[in-house]
Design a protein around this ligand. Structure first.
Ligand SMILES: Nc1nc2c(ncn2[C@@H]2O[C@H](COP(=O)(O)OP(=O)(O)OP(=O)(O)O)[C@@H](O)[C@H]2O)c(=O)[nH]1
Length: 600
């Protein structure tokens, strides 16, 4: 007989726990069966009676109670910032929001996931992606105009006649040198004829800065009225104007017209600066003043106010092959360097989130590593990261560098988009590097790759069209309350950012395989008076690489330290002391244990 007072062995204890768990599961299953299917759609783990709304607002009963792809969204979560103690609402699939109050000077709130689904703290419904609250892709003729974009599906008056061959699926966003501001009324009919009204007239910026409209006003009546056309799409102002989705939809029947349309987009109309519109009622964001964005980092900016009672917030990410300009664009939009850049492919190794606060929107921009054919375990993990990000964003901007022909990698990435629910736009980057003819060629090639909602040519270096790109991204976000407090610029841990800045400095001047072999880990940061002491290790994979990084008599390493220090001081806004060591971690890119240690 067993002595009841005997201590259980470890094996017995485990068996007992397993039995208990199985019993609990059985009970849950029975309960779930009794509740029926309605409860089975409820987001698991939704705390405090909040409902996780489905990705698409699904769930047969109420859309606010279905669990969507994101699983239990709408959690209470919320993270406190280090400094401000503000609450960042929201939680998504990625687990509990984490308070990273150790960010010191940054005082950033950090959350992962989104609040899009579920209910906010006051019990209001937070619209699910594509849920009811969103006007939807069908919102016709929605003009995104600051700087002269054409409307989504909106048609400019007389576009058929005026644009000739280019007219089909392409409408003018720029009205005789003026930009159309705001919502174009009346959707384009097939062929893009309808009178848009270009209500609002003068937009700000130059007529030449166009953004393509999304041609298809698939039924939904947005703010802009009817818009039932299938293919009307915005030709915006010319130079750098973007091709329209409308074309993609009707590609088959319009093959000859397409080149003319694209070329017309590239021709520049005069660059007319216009006074800002007085009409605050339009669903147009205020001009972005980049210098102000910096202030968001430390100060609380003016609280975001909804315009037209529509406030949009959500996630957008840039993807694309290595070196396509994703990180540079992310920095240009956020207005501050949050992602490092270099001319070496596969520089980005982290998914970096930057938050752009606008009057009527909050755009969380996610920079991802370049998708590539992996040669190492690190490469595989980075690609996984990218794909994971795709599945969790509202808008995906595929970046195609204008100075390189569309290639197999671009086709591969575009093809993968078909599986995703997010709105997909094309971003033709680095347009400052090419002339109009090449740009036209690229736009045409890109427009054939996928049925993009918009195609936007930009230059992150010159700033050309960056604001318009923001407007386009925002226009595809769901209605949602802000996801982050308004003083948050990025949620990346300070140590990660600092490590990245050191790596960026180390990438300068190295070539071949060495850039891929460099990793940096910040071990410790100690604040002492006015100075922050940073202790970091720079890893390479081989002894020979170590000597290259150190350089003759340590000259290279000294150089790396100097450059990194300047960047870090700019980031932290205070003096730093950098203690940098070079270490060899053999084949770390292929070693799961080392990869984990290095944060991958
Ligand atoms: N002239 C010009 N150069 C650009 C522009 N955008 C990016 N670049 C340059 O292109 C190179 C690659 O830019 P990144 O932003 O690092 O590219 P990425 O897509 O993030 O690259 P990965 O990290 O490899 O995925 C850098 O040398 C940038 O300075 C642009 O608009 N114009």
């Amino acid at each position: 007989m067993t002595d009841p007072d005997r201590q259980l062995t470890a094996g017995e204890r485990n068996a007992q726990r397993r039995r208990e768990r199985a019993a609990a599961k059985r009970e849950q299953a029975i309960e779930a069966g009794q509740r029926g299917s309605a409860s089975s759609t409820r987001g698991a783990g939704v705390p405090k009676g909040r409902s996780g709304a489905g990705k698409r607002g699904t769930g047969s009963g109420s859309s606010s109670s279905g669990t969507g792809k994101r699983g239990a969204a709408g959690g209470e979560a919320g993270a406190d910032t280090g400094a401000g103690g503000r609450r960042a609402a929201g939680m998504g699939k990625r687990g509990a929001a984490t308070s990273k109050s150790g960010f010191g000077a940054w005082g950033r709130a950090t959350t992962t996931g989104s609040t899009r689904s579920g209910r906010d703290a006051d019990g209001r419904r937070v619209a699910g992606r594509d849920g009811n609250a969103r006007p939807g892709a069908g919102a016709a003729g929605r003009g995104v105009a600051e700087g002269g974009s054409a409307g989504r599906g909106g048609a400019r008056s007389g576009s058929t006649e005026r644009s000739g061959a280019a007219a089909r699926g392409v409408t003018d966003g720029a009205v005789e040198g003026r930009t159309t501001r705001g919502v174009t009324e009346g959707g384009a009919g097939r062929g893009g004829a309808g009178r848009s009204g270009a209500e609002g007239g003068a937009g700000r910026g130059s007529a030449a800065r166009g953004v393509a409209g999304r041609g298809s006003a698939e039924g939904g009546a947005g703010r802009s009225g009817a818009g039932a056309g299938r293919s009307g799409a915005g030709r915006s102002g010319a130079e750098g104007g973007s091709a329209a989705r409308g074309g993609a939809k009707e590609r088959s029947g319009d093959a000859k017209r397409r080149p003319a349309a694209v070329e017309a987009l590239v021709e520049s109309t005069s660059s007319v600066e216009l006074p800002p519109s007085q009409d605050a009622g339009q669903a147009i964001s205020a001009p972005v003043v980049r210098t102000e964005k910096k202030r968001h980092r430390h100060k609380v900016a003016t609280p975001a106010k909804p315009v037209d009672d529509v406030y949009r917030a959500g996630f957008a990410c840039f993807v694309g092959r290595p070196n396509a300009g994703k990180s540079t664009l992310t920095n240009a939009i956020i207005g501050q360097k949050i992602a490092i850049t270099s001319n070496k492919p596969q520089t980005t190794r982290h998914v970096i989130r930057g938050v752009l606060h606008k009057e009527n929107a909050q755009l969380v921009l996610v920079d991802t590593p370049g998708l590539h054919r992996p040669k190492t375990l690190l490469g595989e993990r980075l690609n996984d990261l990218v794909r994971e990000t795709w599945s969790e964003t509202d808008v995906i901007g595929i970046c195609f560098p204008a100075d390189e022909a569309v290639g197999a990698g671009d086709r591969f990435i575009s093809a993968e988009m078909a599986e995703l629910k997010a709105t997909v736009i094309a971003v033709v980057t680095k347009v400052d590097l090419v002339g109009p003819a090449v740009l036209a060629e690229r736009l045409l090639a890109v427009s054939k790759l996928y049925d993009f909602a918009d195609i936007v040519p930009v230059s992150a270096v010159s700033g050309h069209q960056v604001d318009n790109l923001v407007d386009v991204l925002v226009s595809h976000l769901p209605e949602s309350p802000a996801l982050y407090p308004d003083d948050v610029l990025t949620e990346e841990p300070e140590q990660v950012l600092i490590g990245e800045l050191i790596r960026e400095a180390a990438l300068e001047g190295v070539r071949d395989e060495l850039p891929h072999s460099i990793a940096v880990l910040v071990d410790e940061m100690i604040v002492e008076g006015n100075t922050t002491k940073i202790y970091a290790n720079l890893y390479v994979e081989r002894d020979s690489q170590k000597s290259i990084v150190i350089g003759t008599k340590g000259a290279r390493l000294k150089d790396v330290g100097t450059r990194a220090r300047a960047e870090i001081e700019a980031l932290l806004g205070r003096k730093i002391y950098l203690d940098l060591h070079i270490r060899v971690a053999k084949e770390w890119q292929r070693d799961p244990k080392l990869l984990r240690r290095l944060g991958f």
